[in-house]
Ligand binder design. Structure first.
Ligand code: PXL
Length: 280
């Protein structure tokens, strides 16, 4: 079978595992070629104070033009952290010229009800334009609220509130997978596939500790499984299970807090999940 190929558009943070340093190993572990397009080079992710930031907008244009001059095609275009409105436009134009690709967008822009530092208040509406070009979007609840202009609620989410958010997302993208929905002592993932059509994908006990890079881990695993041909539901389940394993493993290490998930020691589970999928 021809090897699948994903174009991963995301930043590279030297320290604090997230973005490309998570996407590359996860996608490669699934046997997929990961072609990486860095949007920015940071010394550490933006939750560390004093991080350095080198914007790669000009380089991105040159790299994408080079790919196009070679006639390169991608099974999937998976986007994460984009540094600016301008970058969103560059990526949107590239997507418009590549209708053959599945487009999976993780609209990385915030967590815990807040925009990440470095993004202006015009950023969510630019990301909305990108989401409208996507087959599937993978927001956390904060990002879902920013996209749908719904006030963020941190916990005890009820069904009316959830219906409002999911219906709002259905106007932006055909399919969405929303992570980080806190319901009582649990944390859930929901799948939306049109107005009034949403369902619970998974519910796990909430570990009340902040882990960095969980969204990137989930999105990378999801993009990988979906590109391999698994259904939306199964891709979301596998990505959740893998992320959960990484969280539990990291939770045993009290010093790991801001340095991201200890996903490296869990990568072999991806191989098992892929094998189980092909045996079914
Ligand atoms: O994990 C999301 C993410 C990606 N990239 C950068 C970040 C963050 C979250 O803080 O700062 C640079």
């Amino acid at each position: 079978m021809k090897q699948k190929r994903i174009l991963c558009i995301n930043d590279i943070s030297s320290m604090g595992k997230c973005s490309l340093s998570v996407a590359l190993p996860i996608i490669s572990s699934l046997g997929i070629e990961a072609v990486v397009l860095p949007t920015a080079l940071l010394s550490a992710h933006t939750v560390f104070s004093g991080y350095t930031f080198s914007d790669q907008t000009e380089e991105m244009k040159k790299i994408l033009n080079h790919f196009d001059s070679m006639g390169e095609k991608f099974d999937c275009i998976y986007t994460g952290y984009l540094g600016s409105v301008k970058q969103v436009d560059i990526v949107s134009d590239f997507i418009d010229n590549h209708p053959e690709s599945i487009v999976i967008t993780d609209p990385v822009m915030g967590d815990n009800g807040k925009l990440y530092s470095g993004f202006g208040c015009d950023y969510p509406s630019a990301v909305e334009k990108l989401c409208k070009r996507s087959d599937i979007i993978l927001p956390n609840l904060t990002e879902a609220c920013l996209l749908t202009k719904t006030p963020y609620i941190a916990k005890n989410i009820d069904s009316d509130y959830l219906a409002k958010v999911m219906d709002g997302l259905s106007k932006i993208s055909k399919k969405s997978v929303v992570t980080g929905v806190k319901e009582g002592k649990d944390i859930s993932v929901y799948i939306g596939e049109g107005k009034g059509k949403y369902c619970l994908s998974s519910k796990s006990p909430l570990i009340d500790r902040q882990f960095h890079g969980t969204g990137d881990t989930f999105a990378s695993a999801f993009a990988g499984f979906f590109t391999l041909g698994l259904s939306l539901e199964q891709s979301a389940k596998n990505a959740t299970e893998f992320t959960q394993m990484c969280i539990e493993h990291t939770n045993n290490d009290k010093d790991s807090q801001w340095y991201g998930l200890r996903f490296e020691e869990c990568l072999h589970h991806l191989y098992d999940m892929k094998r189980d999928a092909s045996n079914n």
